[in-house]
Design a protein around this ligand. Structure first.
Ligand code: 0RA
Length: 659
């Protein structure tokens, strides 16, 4: 927004006096440092605006007044959120001597001051409220229906354009907020349908009984109709868990998901948990606080784990199951194949951790522990057959752990540290100092061959990986250490596997490369393989991700050519641009080659486009992006397989750009 426009809208000219100066200062602060309020000014922050408004409607639903929410994206990328709640109050607020609606829309944190006794999920992660959305919108229009009437007010960059006014009668109640994200603030103002859908779907599971209708008016569906999705779940997190496990191909070990719920009378903390066991070998706990995904866990997760271990241990001991099996059971063994969703609602959550997604409230762990224990104990008593399946699974986990230790020791012995030598398939570089060395993990022997020819052997090493690498999600731990490709990675990198106490902890003291670059074909299969490699690294070598050593290579998608002139393109836009430039807009005068695999490039092309540090683009994998990829991956797989393919194909969510 330019200075001149702001002057036109200044308080002096639109009839607002001295008392609105304070409000303006608040909104001004938001516009000066938007990232402080909504995280960033890119895709994430842009979508956060929608979440913020929807959260307010969800609060109305939690208070028991709202049942339907409609979210619309319009062709101009403006968004409206409409609910059938009580409607934001429109009367005079006696203390502030201002209209309540205007206060809610323009004063930071004003929304929550009205009724204290209900849960609020809004104002969660960044704690901002709808006034923040208002401040960051070039235009916003709110309509409220309540007390038999309909009211409206409009704003520009948060500044009211006229006093709240009546515009007619109404026998309904509710609130509609329609906003245009300010293009002078956001890097992009184009909404992503999938991102919004995935969050709205999640919200419908986390708040059962609330119907969320989503319309995207920008582009019709395949039938030429308005693109519409309805998100509604009667089963809530039980259904959510069933969907997540089914999408990941995990099969249930017990016929029915175990459901736990309760409210602590003293603290008003509400606990809702769905859990089950499946045939996989990993633990999947999805946790939420006030509808926010707490990827770093916290006291609610700790309380859950503690209760689970204690209840199963005491049950197994009592029945002499463990004694008979002659294995020592550890805490982790109780959670192999466990899938759970923990959703707690906490009146005043304290968020901690690097990404502020770790619950800190100490009282919550005891509350969750007690609630879970009660239900689990009763479940085991009443369902001996299911109890037996779970106990057998726990014993199997303990036995597998012993086998894994042996396999791990084998890897250890064969590793460089113990003088075992480098893998035969590794084409190493001559440079010795790790900071300057790069290791390319290349899919397939033939692409590996091209990479070997194309590389700078001074500092670039190549390790070809054959075919599909093991899916560590599905395989037992000792199989992982027995896998040749995985063992080669350990030895080539020069890292050791960790200690028996913490097998996944990595010793990086002798790490041989500070850039590890995953290079696969730019098609679905290639992305799938990259995902498998990344999943392995993320689960077993997360220290490498934390240190920022993991990258994904970006081979080009197209070669545009006319006579001697040629150019590479990494995106559809670049392709169009190069056709324009080289062919003068005539598409038939140029040849466009779509690279499906690395094998279609010769060594010098591969060097120019993908390996030469001067010209290549690498995407760095960060812990946040890897966690997010992990999360979005299982989450996105809603109704059909198609979105999964699209998602894997675009694989943009892994990483941030790093040139
Ligand atoms: C303040 C007080 C009340 C409701 C709301 C705000 C409210 C805010 C939003 C934002 C979107 N939809 C909303 N619906 C309601 C309580 C009103 C009362 O006591 O009647």
């Amino acid at each position: 927004m330019s200075d001149t426009t702001q002057q036109v809208l200044s308080p002096a000219t639109n009839g607002y006096g001295a008392d609105s100066i304070q409000v303006l200062e608040g909104l001004e602060a938001v516009r000066k440092r938007p990232a402080m309020y909504i995280g960033d000014i890119s895709v994430k922050g842009l979508h956060h605006l929608v979440y913020e408004v929807v959260d307010n409607s969800i609060d109305e639903a939690l208070a028991g007044y709202c049942h339907n929410i409609v979210v619309n994206i319009y062709p101009d990328n403006s968004v409206s959120v409409e609910d059938d709640g009580r409607g934001i109050p429109t009367g005079m607020n006696t203390k502030e001597q201002r209209n309540a609606l205007e206060l809610v829309m323009t004063m930071l944190h004003a929304g929550g001051k009205f009724d204290k006794n209900t849960y609020k999920v809004s104002g969660g992660l960044h704690g901002v409220g709808v006034s923040c959305v208002n401040a960051l919108s070039s235009d916003l229009h709110v309509t409220v229906q309540r007390d038999g009437k309909k009211y409206e007010q409009a704003y520009k960059i948060g500044i009211p354009q006229y006093p709240v006014r009546e515009i007619g009668l109404s026998d309904k109640t509710g609130t509609r907020v329609h906003f245009h994200p300010d293009a002078s603030i956001f890097i992009t103002t184009v909404y992503n349908r999938e991102i919004l859908e995935s969050r709205l779907r999640e919200l419908s599971f986390l708040n059962k009984g609330v119907k969320i209708v989503f319309n995207d008016y920008r582009e019709p569906d395949e039938q030429g109709m308005t693109y519409t999705k309805i998100f509604y779940s009667e089963g809530g997190i039980v259904e959510f868990l069933e969907m997540l496990d089914a999408n990941a191909g995990r099969n249930p070990l017990i016929p029915k998901v175990i459901y736990v719920n309760g409210i602590d009378e003293g603290t008003h903390v509400a606990v809702e948990i769905a859990l089950t066991y499946n045939d996989s070998f990993s633990e999947h706990i999805y946790s939420y606080v006030n509808n926010i995904n707490t990827i770093e866990g916290g006291t609610h997760v700790a309380g859950f784990r503690r209760a689970l271990t204690r209840v199963f241990k005491s049950y197994g001991d009592k029945q002499n199951h463990f004694e008979k099996a002659k294995v020592e059971i550890e805490g982790d063994d109780y959670r192999e194949g466990l899938s759970a969703i923990i959703s707690v609602k906490v009146p005043e959550p304290q968020f901690e951790g690097q990404t502020k997604t770790k619950l800190g409230n100490n009282e919550v762990s005891g509350i969750v522990d007690t609630t879970v224990s009660k239900v689990l104990e009763a479940f085991l008593e009443e369902n001996p057959r299911e109890a037996k399946s779970i106990i057998q699974k726990v014993i199997l986990a303990a036995q597998a752990r012993a086998a894994a230790r042996k396999a791990r020791e084998l890897v250890q012995r064969k590793s460089v540290l113990s003088g075992g030598g480098l893998p035969g398939k590794l084409a190493d570089c001559s440079e010795r100092s790790p900071e300057r060395c790069e290791l390319y993990l290349v899919e397939g022997d033939s692409a590996g061959g091209t990479a070997k020819q194309g590389r700078d052997r001074g500092f670039q090493a190549i390790l070809p990986l054959r075919g599909k690498i093991l899916n560590v999600e599905k395989a037992m731990e000792h199989r992982i250490y027995e896998n040749e490709e995985i063992r080669n990675m350990y030895t080539a990198l020069g890292v050791t596997v960790g200690t028996p106490e913490d097998p996944k902890a990595l010793n990086l003291a002798k790490l041989r490369y500070h850039k590890v670059i995953i290079m696969t074909d730019a098609d679905v299969d290639g992305s799938h393989i990259a995902t498998l490699i990344l999943t392995f690294i993320y689960r077993y070598m997360s220290a490498l991700v934390e240190q920022g050593y993991i990258y994904i290579a970006q081979p080009p998608l197209y070669l545009v050519k006319k006579g001697k002139e040629q150019a590479y393109a990494w995106t559809e836009d670049q392709r169009t641009l190069q056709i324009e430039r080289i062919g003068g807009g005539k598409e038939d005068s140029v040849s466009v080659q779509r690279y499906k695999g690395l094998g279609e490039m010769n060594a010098s092309q591969l060097w120019d486009t993908t390996m030469n540090p001067e010209t290549r683009t690498l995407k760095q994998v960060t812990i946040e992006s890897a966690t997010e990829a992990d999360r979005v991956f299982s989450m996105l797989m809603g109704d059909e397989v198609a979105p999964r393919r699209d998602f894997i194909e675009s694989h943009a969510k892994y990483a941030r750009l790093d040139v």
